[in-house]
Design a protein around this ligand. Structure first.
Ligand SMILES: [Zn+2]
Length: 244
């Protein structure tokens, strides 16, 4: 007999609020970014915060949506860029949590031909040489925001089976198997971006993890305890202790 160890809906809602606070505290989310999780009982639905600053989100601000982007439960305005989440959940049955952010340093790398790529062990979960989705290559001139399902599906194709993609002149999307894993990937991707920008500014040759090193580090970080420990530390730091 197997035991279902997936968190239930109430637990996931608690974790989503914690995740919003962690992402706000680390400068991942600003006024506009958002996080979601796939509904544990209805895989065609997901839960995300309404259009309100990440640093103020409570469980009362959470909305349940379907894969048409329609609000099924909750009150308030749904984020206009919810198609990003829909696109990833439709393309990736394995994904249980998604973050879409406008993090300034992710935008920096999205407009450069220098790939965002791991420099150390903890950032390996974002993958070797993070791909960049460029709206202009398929959709020409746009207002640089996600207004429809076609753009979101195109972004999901760039993401492929990876955990992270940058969005040119806009930000990033991160996909994970859980909210703590989403935090691990995203927070360390941002830390890597800071370190990488600093290393590049020194003017010498920057030594990145090889693709093989990235994979080996990735395998090591896949151990659940590697995800739980930073999540617990970050949750405590925002005053919302969580076991992960
Ligand atoms: Zn956006």
């Amino acid at each position: 007999m197997t035991t279902d160890t997936r968190p239930d809906l109430a637990r996931l809602k608690q974790q989503l609020v914690v995740a919003y606070r962690i992402f706000a505290a680390h400068g991942v989310l600003d006024l506009e970014g958002h996080i979601s999780f796939r509904h544990p009982d209805n895989p065609d639905q997901f839960v995300m915060g309404r259009h309100t600053p990440a640093s103020t989100i409570t469980e009362a601000d959470l909305l349940t949506l379907n894969t048409q982007g329609e609000v099924l439960e909750g009150s308030g305005t749904a984020p206009g860029e919810r198609p990003v989440h829909v696109g990833v959940y439709l393309a990736r049955p394995d994904v249980q949590a998604v973050c879409h952010s406008h993090t300034p340093l992710f935008i920096t790398f999205s407009v450069s031909d220098v790939p965002l790529s791991p420099l150390y062990q903890w950032s390996a979960r974002m993958g070797y040489q993070v791909p960049v989705w460029d709206s202009a290559s398929e959709f020409g001139d746009t207002p640089m925001s996600f207004s429809n399902a076609e753009q979101a599906a195109s972004l999901a194709r760039t993401l492929g089976d990876r955990t992270m993609a940058l969005v040119r002149g806009h930000g990033a999307v991160v996909a994970a198997g859980s909210l703590p894993e989403l935090a691990l990937i995203t927070v360390y991707a941002l830390e890597n971006a800071e370190i990488q920008a600093g290393a590049l500014s020194l003017g010498g040759t920057v030594k990145y993890l090889s693709e093989g090193e990235t994979q080996l580090c990735n395998n090591m970080l896949a151990i659940p305890a590697r995800t739980t420990r930073p999540w617990q530390a970050w949750a405590a730091a925002v005053g919302m202790p969580d076991a992960g």
